[in-house]
Write a protein that binds this ligand. Sequence first.
Ligand SMILES: C[S@@+](CC[C@H](N)C(=O)[O-])C[C@H]1O[C@@H](n2cnc3c(N)ncnc32)[C@H](O)[C@@H]1O
Ligand code: SF4
Length: 375
Amino acid sequence: MSGIYLHIPFCKKLCNYCDFYHIISNDDNSAFVKSIIKEAELRRDYTGPEEIATIYFGGGTPSVLPVKDVEEILTNINRIFPVSSDAEITLEINPDDVTENYIKDLYRTGINRLSIGVQSWRDEDLKMLNRRHTGSQAADAVNIAIKAGFNNVTIDLIYGIPGLDAAAWSSNLDIAFSFDIRHLSAYHLTVEPNTVLGKMKDKGLFEEVNEEESISQFNTLIEKSETAGFIHYEISNFGKPGYFSVHNTNYWKQVTYLGLGPSAHSFNGYSRQWNIRDMRKYLKALNDGKLSFEREELDSKAKFNEYIMTSLRTMWGMDLEYIEQTFEKEGYDYVINLTRKFISYGLMKQENNNMILTNQGKMISDNIISEFMMP
Ligand SMILES: C[S@@+](CC[C@H](N)C(=O)[O-])C[C@H]1O[C@@H](n2cnc3c(N)ncnc32)[C@H](O)[C@@H]1O
Ligand code: SF4
């Protein structure tokens, strides 16, 4: 089993918190569509004979592509790779790109999971984040998607936004769960250095919310999602039973994947590679029949650190049997010693052969994970 990630880098407007590779463009996308298909051809052997279980259109903003482009990419991916007949095929969509016709046409292409970037239902938060939609457009988008037949709709929300107080965050969650969504990704606002917010912060023009407030909002998120019937299966991800993201879960379970498009990452079990983060150079390389990427071979320590980083964030936690088999006695003993400490603090617990974070541990997951990192 393998996955394919397609990075569609176009955005119509710059959101001030975003560090994903994107270019502001309303241009014709045809050169890009040709190039990404060409890249797929050139890299057709990367995933070997494995069936492709998931395809993920991420961004940037995949929904700036006309449906015919999405269709062309999908048709070619199906031609080039052995895509499973029941593959999970996700497309990220921005609320203001949603019209009934666009969504209906998208549904016919075989996309079977829509990820809608709501972020907040409150116009003041959306303005603050420099989003290009309003809260009511976001609500319309979710309704249109569900009405068109998408029965696997997920939305993204952001908390820890200055001005979004406890009551407003609680209400944002209530509104989210009032829709028939099957999945929620909720991220704490992160101020990345190279973003507008990052630069404002450096100049003292932006202040992040305090830790106490962040933890309290995370607690509300855990409680409300559980009450609404969602399972907290990864730090930022909540799904109804049967609706966890297969694509993302596979990342966390070390399943191989091929990333196509500028800045996209790939993993084949032994190495990671990432495409050039520059649209012009990406197009030029493919036009010359070449690929432009960097690669890192993963040694045992890098594999160990990656395994801890991804597995500890999930409800399945670290599998002791896998650790013993893959990282031998040294890795196993190292993990057991550290987990003993965290269990005694009530931050971790053992379930069968797995070591997982307690709810208290989830609050400080980054600190716990960093203690596990082998230098
Ligand atoms: C690839 S991004 C954007 C997808 C789509 N273009 C959109 O804007 O909705 C996926 C999600 O990551 C989250 N995200 C991106 N940057 C973030 C940040 N700095 N802090 C918190 N969440 C972030 C947002 O919720 C966003 O919807
Ligand atoms: S959050 Fe989405 S729409 Fe905004 S700049 Fe990033 S990728 Fe583009």
